[in-house]
Design a binder for this molecule. Sequence first.
Ligand code: C2E
Ligand code: MG
Ligand code: MG
Ligand code: MG
Length: 290
Amino acid sequence: KAQAAVKIAKRSGKVEIYRNGVLKEAQRRFSVESRLRDALAQGELTLAFQPLIHLQTGEITGFEALARWEDEELGHVSPVEFIAVAEESGLITSLGRWAAYEAAQALSRWDAKFGQPVPVGVNVNLSPIQMARDDVASMFEESLRYSGISGNRLTAELTESAIIADPEKARKLLFALKDLHMPIAMDDFGTGYSNLASLHSLPIDILKIDRSFVTSMLEDRDKEIMVRTILSLAESLGLHVTAEGIETQELALALQNLGCWQGQGYYFARPMPEGEAFDYWRARWNFETV
Ligand code: C2E
Ligand code: MG
Ligand code: MG
Ligand code: MG
């Protein structure tokens, strides 16, 4: 039966198309991996910084650091693609170390330009695979020490999947980050398998509502209910909430009215290079931005 199906598929050309598709995907993955290896070795990745806005006061409280890669052969490669390849290939360890170090260095360069500590922090994303394979606590400890930055200015962003993968290891790591005075945020909150017990027992400070709920919450009643539920859950647990994916002023105002703490999204600003991020902050730091 299977052979007959293959024969029919072959005759209609479907097998060829399928084989070409798989082959192309494998080739792409292979070239992304080998170019990424070089790019990391040669320091060709950069960080972009997207402002985080205190929704009640309009102040810029910090920036999320997001990896960017422009390759001379491949052109712009999305972080969604190269982070996945980094995770599959093991390169995520060195990418993650680079990002933490670079985020702390950016803060120290901003402080030097300003002549005193800039009252903002930077959020660094952690991959569950990186957390499983690397000593993330000493990675941050070294980045902070090298840059002379205090721990409360670097927030770790991790996802629920990292906690589910190895709860005991995650618990130790989170308490080690607390020893460094680092705030801890749960990224993409609402998209994974939330474990309410771990939210309560782990030293988590911030829930970041995934943008899949935020962006359409004014048109989609289910999304709005999700956002309201996360806000009241956070309130009962004493956690702060950041809403990502705020694309309009209506959304910013709606979330402000719901009492949401912090916002992030294209309405305020897109991720931008380190120097521009500093200028953005300096131009607005005593004005309201909402
Ligand atoms: P994330 O951590 O959830 O980051 C937020 C993503 O939402 C970013 O995408 C940001 O550019 C995008 N975004 C922010 N505001 C808006 C908005 O208003 N509308 C829309 N449509 N999008 C918005 P980006 O930069 O493409 O990064 C994608 C993901 O790649 C990140 O999602 C994060 O999971 C991962 N990533 C990026 N840099 C790193 C890194 O250094 N390490 C690790 N482990 N992951 C990273
Ligand atoms: Mg993030
Ligand atoms: Mg996020
Ligand atoms: Mg997200």
